[in-house]
Design a protein around this ligand. Structure first.
Ligand code: NAD
Ligand code: LMR
Length: 328
């Protein structure tokens, strides 16, 4: 049993996702019930007083696995020796904004953080980006960290994957535990493609249980617009579900995904499935010991091809925009 504490850095720690995420990490939901964690929390200077309050609450929970907590507004201090960096801090989307509006606002944050990770993080660091626009923020951080292997960077599409699993389970009147082999392709945005072509429900192909019409007219639009629907209903973007998905993503990355299943993650493309190499795009992946592999050999229908291509085209335009801004 390895009881050496793992150093986990979290950015945007005083935000709404942070308020859910930190307590679950400290409780052991990330690395399991035996592995202590050291939390290193990054915030902008104005948010440090609020973050001090969150740290008091973390202490008051008396979590046995929480080895210690440090907070700072300097990325180099916070990322020093980090083995896992969860990049959550960014400006969230307000009502009426598209993710593309966030590119410029958030680009500067991720260039600086990429450089800091490059210089001071642990040699073996894994970097997970939740802050939106997550795929392109991950691309910016990765390109600004030339000494870190590109496979160490990933971005969150697990919330979309989880939303798709929950919706399919409800439609087929089963439990999410019986849903397998869903794929989310492309960007974490309205163009994402949640794909049921290979999905199984309780051992049966999902497409034997639901109609094509439901997939195209209800399932895909509902999953891809779910973030906007939550934002509209709550008046704030999803937080507890985003924290839970961040944990699911990072836990699967570090400890391996569910046996016989795969998950969805945005990773640096190696050209698989015709996605241009270098783009951070979501794929079906299996994970083990901090590494991932794209699930290979899936048959891609004409419909899937067009949906994947549309989302990848959006990622290419985001990449071109940040290139023009000099961020990569
Ligand atoms: P929030 O506004 O409540 O918190 C963001 C925090 O980041 C704030 O406390 C802010 O001070 C901090 N921050 C800003 N700039 C920073 C910097 N340079 N360094 C460190 N911290 C900084 O937002 P939230 O609801 O917690 O959401 C955080 C991000 O996650 C947003 O970009 C949101 O759009 C995104 N999000 C992504 C997904 C996903 O599935 N990928 C889901 C939900 C939310
Ligand atoms: C989500 O999917 O809930 C987040 O990305 C928030 C948003 O802005 O849609």
């Amino acid at each position: 049993m390895n009881t050496t504490p793992v150093t986990v850095a979290v950015t945007g720690a005083a935000g709404q996702i942070g308020y859910s995420l930190l307590f679950r990490i400290a409780h052991g939901d990330l690395l399991g019930p035996e592995r202590p964690v050291r939390l290193r929390l990054l915030e902008i200077p104005q948010a440090l007083p609020a973050l001090e309050g969150t740290v008091m609450e973390l202490q008051d929970c008396a979590f046995p696995l929480l080895a210690d907590v440090e907070i700072d507004s300097d990325a180099r201090t916070v990322f020093d020796g980090a083995q896992l960096a969860l990049l959550v801090g960014a400006r969230p989307r307000a009502k009426g904004m598209e993710r593309s509006d966030l590119l410029e606002a958030n680009g500067a944050i991720f260039t600086e953080q990429g450089r800091a990770l490059n210089d001071v993080a642990h040699d073996d660091v894994r970097v997970v980006v939740t802050g939106n626009p997550a795929n392109t923020n991950a691309l910016i951080a990765q390109r600004n960290a030339p000494d870190i292997p590109e496979s160490r960077f990933s971005a969150l599409t697990r919330l979309d994957h989880n939303r798709a699993a929950a919706m399919l389970a409800a439609e087929t009147k089963t439990s999410v535990a019986k849903v397998k082999n869903l794929s989310v392709w492309g960007n974490h945005s309205a163009t994402q493609y949640p794909d049921l072509d290979h999905a199984m429900v309780a051992g049966r192909p999902a497409l034997d249980l639901v109609s094509r019409k439901w997939v195209t007219d209800t399932f895909i639009p509902t999953v891809s617009q779910r973030g906007a629907a939550v934002l509209q209903a709550r008046g704030a973007s999803s937080a507890a579900s985003a924290a839970s998905a961040t944990l699911d993503h990072a836990r699967d990355l570090m400890l391996g995904n569910r046996h016989g299943d795969w998950t969805s993650m945005a990773v640096v493309s190696d050209g698989s499935y015709g996605v241009p190499a270098g783009l951070v795009s979501s794929f079906p992946v299996t994970t083990s010991g901090g590494d991932w592999s794209v699930v290979q050999g899936l048959e891609i229908s004409e419909f899937s091809r067009s949906r994947i291509d549309a989302s990848v085209a959006e990622l290419e335009s985001e990449r071109d925009a940040v290139q023009q801004l000099g961020l990569i």
